[in-house]
Each structure stands twice: as structure tokens, then as C-alpha cells.
Write a protein that binds this ligand. Structure first.
Ligand code: 13P
Ligand code: SF4
Length: 309
């Protein structure tokens, strides 16, 4: 018997058969977000992954996020639709270079952004995400010197908010946010007088300084939806527009094109598709499987962060 089924039905059938949960980051295509059990920022999705008791975590995001899910819940099978869904920040900090940096700066606490490889997490003392980086740094005694990596813009933002002078910052950047030019934002403010600006902390300092709000993807969505203003300029990946438009259809959200692609899309996040998600659920591959010993060491830094709040 020939049964016609849409790709959405195929995914939902496979999800049920595999006892899987679908986790999607805000930067995924809307059609993926609509199928997900949870959509969130990197911190929220890590917490969701940790508490999942089924068999398979299908992580619709980038590889480092799925690695974190596996570290937090190693008994589960963790899959990602596309093996090449990477991140420029992960690439900016190879573990051998981090080891050399640590050797040059003994006695420093290593604070790593979650956008790092599992090898780098294993070399770190504590992790942070865009939503808790200030709290994580503030949890470290003021006299204790810090190595912060790998995002230069997030590091500078944290240093500015915490007043921390004993913090060295790695020079990595996000190819999407770091190439949002402040002059394009200034132009957009002229074109949309009265619009408020919400930015992700990976944006350049000149952008952050003229923003009304700085926060993670989920924090930006929550702030803009809850604010009484009617128009906003959103300085992050355009995938967040899916939730913004659904939660506040009466408001206007403008996005700025960056200098990398003249768009506001993350090329790594956008590698995932419904077809690849279906195939991954069917084949249980690409699968995230770091060495158990590596995961154990990485878990210490992730757990220290999650214990904070
Ligand atoms: P969030 O912490 O807001 O999920 O951001 C992750 C990210 O990769 C931003 O580019
Ligand atoms: Fe990495 Fe930037 Fe893409 Fe986020 S938006 S996953 S930091 S490349």
C-alpha cells in the first residue's frame, strides 16, 4: 500500500518511534522551530537537554550546542541534522592554542563561552553563555585574574559591565554579529525614528554602546515583546524574527544586513533543513560522540555554570 506522507509527518513519526525530543535554537528556519518540543537560547536548550529522559536528542542548532547536550546527558543518543553546522567562534580557539595561552598565564581562572569545542570546555574552569556571562564573571573573587575566551566583543562587554581589569580576552569573533557595522545601525535609526535597538553581546562595542538593550536571543525576544514600544531594530540573526512575529504580530522588527553576507543569517545554523533532520532521525547520524574521558572533564565546567542559577 502506498501511503503519501509529508516530510513533517515523517519527522513526527520518526520522533515518536525513536523516543526523541527535538530541540531548536532561535536561529533555525521557522519550519524547524515549529516542529520542535522546545525553542530557546543556548543556556535554555542546555537545561532542556540535561533533563530529557527519552532515547534521542535531535539538536537543531550547531555542533557545539549538541556536544554540550551530550556532555550533560551522556546516556542519550545526540544527533544533529548537518555535521558541518559549525561556528566561527569554535574555529577561533583551537585547544592547543588555549593550552599555550594557559601556560603563558599561570594562576588564571579560565572562563569559556559555550561557543567552544568539547576539548576547550575540558580545559576550562567554568563556562558562560550570552545570558549569564556577567553573573559568571561576578561569581569569581575580584582579585582572581581571568582568561576569557573566545569572543572579543562579549569579553569587552563583560569587562565594561563588571569593571574587571584583571581579565585577558581572546581575540575570536562571530562572523555574523561582529560584522554588523555601527554605521548601518546609525542609518537604520535615522530611517526608523523612535525604533528601539536590541543587540546580542557578540556585536561590536560601537553597536552595543548605542543599543537600548543587550542580551541573549531569548532575552531579546522577551524584552521586545514585553516592551510598550511598537518598532525595534534587532541586531542578531534573523531567525529570532520567527518568535517575534508570532508573539507580537502588531509590532515591527527591522534587521540589519552585515558585511559578511549582506544578510543577517548564520550560514552554519542555516545548513540544517527538514530533509536532513528526517534523515538524521532515520539513520541516527550524524551523531555526537566525544570520548567519555573528555566529556567528564568538560562536564565540570558546564556544571559549575549551571549550579550558579
Ligand atoms: P544565545 O546564547 O543567545 O543562544 O546565542 C548563541 C549564539 O551562537 C549567538 O550567535
Ligand atoms: Fe557561531 Fe555566530 Fe553562528 Fe552564533 S551566529 S552559531 S556565534 S557563527
Amino acid at each position: 500500500m502506498l501511503v503519501s506522507s509529508t516530510i513533517t509527518e515523517e519527522i513526527l513519526d520518526l520522533k515518536r518511534d525513536r523516543k526523541a525530543i527535538l530541540l531548536a535554537h532561535h536561529y533555525q528556519e521557522g519550519e524547524i522551530q515549529d516542529l520542535a518540543d522546545a525553542v530557546g537560547d543556548s543556556l535554555e536548550l542546555s537545561r532542556k537537554a540535561r533533563e530529557f529522559a527519552g532515547d534521542v536528542i535531535a539538536f537543531c542548532g550547531v555542533w557545539f550546542m549538541a556536544e554540550t547536550a551530550k556532555v550533560l546527558n551522556p546516556e542519550r543518543i545526540v544527533i544533529v541534522p548537518d555535521r558541518e553546522a559549525g561556528c566561527s567562534l569554535v574555529d577561533a580557539c583551537p585547544v592547543e592554542q588555549l593550552r599555550a595561552w594557559k601556560r603563558r598565564h599561570p594562576g588564571h581562572v579560565v572562563v569559556s563561552y559555550i561557543n567552544t569545542s568539547v576539548e576547550v570546555k575540558a580545559e576550562s574552569d567554568i563556562l558562560c553563555t550570552s545570558s549569564n556571562a556577567v553573573d559568571v564573571v561576578n561569581s569569581i573573587p575580584p582579585e582572581q585574574p581571568i582568561l576569557f575566551l573566545p569572543d572579543l566583543n562579549l569579553g569587552n562587554y563583560v569587562r565594561r559591565l563588571t569593571g574587571r581589569t584583571n581579565m585577558k580576552i581572546w581575540q575570536g569573533s562571530c562572523i555574523v554579529h561582529a560584522t554588523f557595522p555601527a554605521r548601518r545601525l546609525t542609518q537604520a535609526k535615522l530611517e526608523h525614528p523612535g525604533a528601539l535597538v536590541a543587540s546580542h553581546p557578540e556585536c561590536p562595542e560601537e553597536v552595543l554602546r548605542i543599543s537600548d538593550f543587550v542580551g541573549s536571543t531569548s532575552a531579546i525576544i522577551k524584552w521586545a515583546v514585553g516592551h510598550e514600544a511598537r518598532e525595534f531594530i534587532i541586531m542578531t540573526e534573523s531567525g529570532v524574527n520567527h518568535s517575534l512575529a508570532r508573539l507580537a504580530p502588531e509590532k515591527r522588527f527591522n534587521f540589519i544586513a552585515n558585511e559578511q553576507c549582506n544578510c543577517s543569517e548564520c550560514p552554519y545554523m542555516k545548513r540544517n533543513s527538514l530533509e536532513k533532520l528526517r534523515d538524521a532521525l532515520r539513520d541516527l547520524s550524524p551523531r555526537v560522540e566525544p570520548a567519555p574521558e573528555l566529556m567528564e572533564r568538560a562536564r565540570l565546567s558546564v556544571d559549575r555554570m549551571l549550579a550558579l542559577r
